[in-house]
Design a binder for this molecule. Structure first.
Ligand code: HCA
Ligand code: CU
Length: 385
C-alpha cells in the first residue's frame, strides 16, 4: 500500500459516457477534462476512437491538449481498434477482454487460449508500433472467471514483457472487499507489473472494494465523477477521495487540488442534468451539516468530534442547523453569540423549548429562529432601559 505510487484513472469520459444520463459534446469533454486535470487525477480515460467519428476526433483533441493528466483510451482487444487508438496520439491504451465463461460464451465467443493468442498479438503489435505507449490488459468480469484461467491469461500477458499494468475488473459489482484483496495479493505476489482495479457498484461495495485493492497492493484505481457508468456505475471519485483522506490526509492534500472537487462535480452534474445526489461523499449539499443537539453541542466545542474529514481542506464550510425540533441549548447559544445578542441562559432555555414546540407544528427557517431570538433580545433590552 504505497500512497506515492497510487494513481487515479478517472473514467468519467469513458465509463461515464456509458451512463444513461451522459451525452457529452466535444466542448463538454474538453471542459470536464480541464477540471479533472486541475484536480490532478493522474490519468483521464476517454471513450474508444472506434465508438463513433466524433469519439475519434475528441480522443485526438484530448490526447493532444497538453494536460498533465495522461490520456488513455479504452479499446476492445483487436487490431483494428488498436490501429485507430494509435492514430490518436494517446499516452496509453487500456485493452480489455472478457475471461468469464458467461461473457466468453455470450460475448466474444472465444476460449481462453484464443483470448491469450489474440491479446498477445494485439499487445505486441501496439508495442512494435509505439514502444513508449503505456499498456494495460484487463480481464473483463474477473470475479466470475476461474482463478486458473485468470492466472493463465495474466502469465501469458506478463511474459510479453511490454505491459505496464494488469487490470482486474469487477464488471458486475459482485466482489466483496475480501475477494478483491485476495486476488490483488495473488497478482502482486506473482507479477512485477502494476495492478489496476475497476469496481462496479451494483451491490454498493465499489468504494470499499477499491480501497481493499489499494491496501492489497493495487497502484491504479478507476473512478468516475459521481460514480457514473453502466447501470448504477463505478467507484465515485469523491467517495474514493474521502476514503483515502482518512488514510493519509496530508499526502492527499499534497497529491490533489482538493479545492477543485466541488466545482468538478457541479460541472459534471450540470452536464448530466442532475443534482449532486443527496448522500454523496464530500460534495453533497449537506455532507458537512450537523443537526441534532448532541452533535451540534460537541461540534461547536471541537469540530473533530463529528468530523473526521475537515470541510476546509476541500474549500467547504460546515453548517450547523438550529431551525428544527432536535435543536439544543448550546447550538442556540452559539447563534445568539453570532448575532451579538444579550440573552441569559434562562432565556435561551425558554427559547429552546419554544423553538422545539414550534418546529413540531411547522417548518421553521433560520430567519424564523433569528426573529424569535431578536424579539427576546428586544424584550430584555426594554426591561433594562
Ligand atoms: C466495459 C467493461 C468494463 C471494462 C473495465 C476495464 C468493465 O464497459 O467496457 O477495462 O478494466 O466494467 O469490465 O468497464
Ligand atoms: Cu466498467
Amino acid at each position: 500500500m504505497l500512497f506515492n505510487k497510487l494513481a487515479i484513472i478517472d473514467s468519467t469520459l469513458r465509463e461515464g459516457e456509458q451512463s444513461c444520463y451522459a451525452n457529452f459534446s466535444s466542448e463538454d469533454k474538453i471542459e470536464i477534462a480541464k477540471e479533472l486535470n486541475a484536480f490532478g487525477v493522474e490519468y483521464i480515460e476517454v471513450t474508444s476512437p472506434c465508438a463513433s467519428p466524433q469519439s475519434y476526433k475528441d480522443c485526438h483533441i484530448l490526447a493532444n491538449s497538453g494536460f498533465n493528466s495522461k490520456i488513455l483510451t479504452h479499446i476492445r482487444c483487436n487490431l483494428d481498434d488498436a490501429k485507430k487508438a494509435l492514430d490518436t496520439g494517446v499516452n496509453g491504451i487500456n485493452i480489455f477482454m472478457a475471461t468469464s465463461p458467461l461473457l466468453r460464451k455470450f460475448g466474444h465467443g472465444k476460449e481462453i487460449n484464443q483470448v491469450i493468442d489474440l491479446a498477445s498479438e494485439v499487445i505486441s503489435f501496439i508495442h512494435q508500433q509505439s514502444p513508449e505507449i503505456e499498456l494495460r490488459f484487463s480481464t473483463e468480469d474477473s470475479f466470475r472467471s476461474s482463478l486458473p484461467d485468470l492466472l493463465k491469461v495474466y502469465l501469458a500477458i506478463a511474459e510479453l514483457g511490454v505491459v505496464n499494468r494488469l487490470g482486474i475488473s469487477d464488471t458486475v459489482g459482485v466482489a466483496t472487499p475480501q475477494q478483491v484483496s485476495q486476488l490483488v495479493q495473488t497478482l502482486h505476489q506473482c507479477f512485477s507489473q502494476d495492478i489496476e482495479f475497476h469496481a462496479h457498484n451494483d451491490t454498493g461495495c465499489a468504494i470499499a472494494n477499491s480501497y481493499a485493492a489499494f491496501e492489497a497492493g493495487a497502484t491504479h484505481l478507476d473512478t468516475s465523477v459521481l460514480g457514473i457508468g453502466e447501470r448504477n456505475g463505478i467507484t465515485p471519485l469523491a467517495g474514493l477521495i474521502a476514503r483515502l483522506y482518512t488514510f493519509d490526509s496530508e499526502a492527499l492534500r499534497n497529491k490533489y487540488n482538493l479545492n477543485n472537487l466541488l466545482n468538478l462535480h457541479q460541472i459534471v452534474a450540470n452536464k448530466l442534468g442532475v443534482e449532486i445526489p443527496l448522500n454523496h461523499c464530500l460534495v453533497s449539499e449537506h455532507a458537512f451539516t450537523h443537526k441534532a443537539g448532541v452533535h451540534t453541542k460537541a461540534i461547536l466545542n471541537n469540530s473533530n468530534t463529528y468530523e473526521q474529514i475537515s470541510p476546509t481542506d476541500f474549500g467547504l464550510t460546515r453548517k450547523v442547523l438550529i431551525n428544527h425540533k432536535l435543536t439544543g441549548y448550546h447550538a442556540l447559544t452559539h447563534r445568539v453569540n453570532e448575532l451579538g445578542l444579550e440573552l441569559d441562559s434562562t432565556q435561551i432555555q425558554v427559547i429552546t423549548r419554544e423553538i422545539k414546540e414550534l418546529a413540531e407544528r411547522k417548518k421553521l427557517t433560520l430567519e424564523n429562529v433569528d426573529q424569535i431570538l431578536l424579539s427576546y433580545s428586544n424584550i430584555s433590552a426594554r426591561k433594562v432601559n
